[in-house]
Ligand binder design. Structure first.
Ligand code: HEM
Length: 482
């Protein structure tokens, strides 16, 4: 890998040219590749913690894991923190790839901020694993680590935001919708991340209902901010693959941005049905969320239609993208069902919610990011070698992606079956009675969770292997990249 502080690079809007003459790499190219690698590492940690957490649910294995000092209270926050990190880092790789397009030379300030960003986030990642394994946790959803680590995340984030706005700067308003999505998502993340730490205020912490309200509001906005990165990625990759720039300025893409943003402020409602709140809040939340996912389904289908060339040739990006499209419809269907209040009261707090969250973050977010990762690596390798790499268009890569969908589908379906069974057996109890799940359910659930988890993990590893072999290979990048 060449140095970040490399020499000037000429960035043009022409197709990439493989010069093969230099080992100098621009800071932004370095950033694209580094965040892609970081995202793949985060995905690896997510998977490791996920399978350990699934094994933990097998009653015969739980005591053994506890004797090793491994507990769901550590594994779950490691899993969810790194799942979120994978989504943000994958998004950052795409954002830096875009910054290469609109180019200009990276200034010494850009390079310094990039170094700080990479170092802070790497230290934060290592810190999260180390402290959570030592049992140091905040106990909060999605920010389960010690708040001191949040300082590193924020410092890195400010550098990211600065680098983005320094390049996009004055042209922000003329840029396509994906730039608006990323630019707003960046500011939004910073705000919501700080809001997630409101529990550090003693007055708020002392009032559990208020604390839960703010926590869900902030978590809803966090999801909104990473959705903006994923939505931007859909439109950007679609544009790059088809050369059609009109979608980035279309009304429907702006509608997705606007409703996505609105939903970030309202989606807390359907996470807090159990808190005292007005029915109007529930309804607003329901209608806005349904509108967002419906528009998303339309956009993802539109971009998919633009990408389709009818050749039937295998193409890893298109296969992953097509998977995201089908997952979006499936999640839309399940969202409608679980948001209906009587049904929500049956499934609340069960594995149905876990299945739903994992179905959305894997099926939609991760499939879009995997599509982007395939495309980014193809671009790098094409520019380096002058020819498209075989892995990108091979039937075996396509089979691995399809297998991954089947594996994840099995895991998600099982979570729904298990959660629904919990909900239905729980209904037999009066509200004030403590619910004790039937022993057979715990036993079957543990085994099925582990079995479907291993199937999903096996296919994840197959796809991850294709990407990590290329991403962590030696890269001596050509200077000219458009
Ligand atoms: C081999 C693959 C995986 C396995 C076996 C697995 C397993 C698990 C387990 C055991 C939990 C905790 C359930 C509980 O609270 O008891 C969980 C939660 C979660 N997982 Fe995974 N996971 C996998 C992959 C992923 C990936 C790739 C992502 C996202 C990129 C992801 C996102 C999530 C999220 C968001 C939650 C929290 C759900 C909630 O709010 O209840 N998982 N997963």
């Amino acid at each position: 890998m060449t140095d970040v502080a490399g020499s000037p690079v000429s960035v043009t809007s022409e197709p990439r040219v493989a010069t093969g003459t230099t080992d100098v790499c621009d800071a932004k190219q370095f950033a694209t590749l580094t965040f892609l690698r970081g995202g793949l590492i985060a995905l690896g940690v997510t998977l490791a913690a996920g399978i350990l957490a699934a094994l933990y649910s097998v009653p015969a294995i739980t005591p053994f894991m506890q004797s090793l000092g491994l507990d769901l209270r550590q594994l779950r926050p490691i899993h969810t923190t790194f799942a979120t990190a994978w989504i943000f880092l994958g998004g950052a790789a795409v954002v830096y790839r875009f910054l290469e397009d609109i180019g200009g030379r990276a200034t010494p300030g850009d390079r310094l901020r990039l170094r700080v960003q990479v170092l802070c986030w790497a230290a934060a990642g290592a810190g999260v694993i180390a402290t959570l394994l030592l049992g140091i946790t905040s106990g909060r959803e999605y920010v389960g680590f010690h708040p001191i680590i949040s300082v590193l995340i924020v410092v890195g984030w400010v550098c990211y935001l600065w680098n983005f706005y320094r390049v996009v700067g004055g042209s922000f308003w003329e840029q396509p919708v994906y730039v608006t999505m990323w630019g707003v998502g960046m500011v939004f993340f910073l705000y919501t991340f700080l809001e997630q730490h409101a529990y550090l205020l003693p007055q708020l912490f002392a009032d559990p209902v208020q604390d839960l309200r703010v926590q869900w509001k902030a978590t809803g906005t966090l999801v909104g901010s990473f959705n903006l990165f994923v939505y931007g990625t859909i439109v950007y990759i679609g544009e790059k693959m088809t050369g059609d720039k009109s979608y980035g300025h279309s009304k429907i893409a702006y509608a997705l941005f606007a409703v996505g943003l609105l939903n970030s402020f309202t989606n807390f409602g359907h996470h807090s049905y159990h808190l005292p709140q007005s029915a109007a809040v529930n309804w607003i939340s329901f209608i806005v969320s349904m509108t967002e996912i419906t528009i998303l389904a339309r956009c993802i289908t539109d971009v998919w239609c633009l990408m389709r060339d009818g050749s039937g040739e295998p193409n890893a990006t298109k296969t992953a993208f097509n998977s995201a499209k089908w997952w979006t419809f499936a999640i839309l269907f399940s969202s409608i069902l679980i948001s209906v209040p009587p049904l929500n009261s049956v499934i609340h707090g069960t594995y149905v919610v876990t299945g739903h969250a994992m179905g959305a973050t894997i099926g939609i977010d991760s499939m879009v990011l995997l599509a982007a990762a395939f495309w980014l690596l193809k671009e790098f390798m094409e520019a380096r070698d002058g020819a498209a790499p075989k892995f990108f268009a091979s039937p075996s890569t396509r089979r691995r992606i399809i297998g991954l969908n089947v594996g994840v589908g099995a895991l998600v379906v099982w979570l729904h079956v298990s959660g629904l069974t919990t909900g239905l057996t729980r209904m037999r109890f009066a509200p004030a009675e403590a619910y004790i799940p039937p022993a057979w359910l715990g036993a079957i659930n543990g085994i099925m969770f582990a079995v479907t988890g291993f199937i999903a993990l096996g296919f994840f590893d197959e796809v991850h292997k294709v990407l990590r072999r290329r991403a962590f290979g030696r890269f001596e990048l050509p200077v000219e990249r458009g």
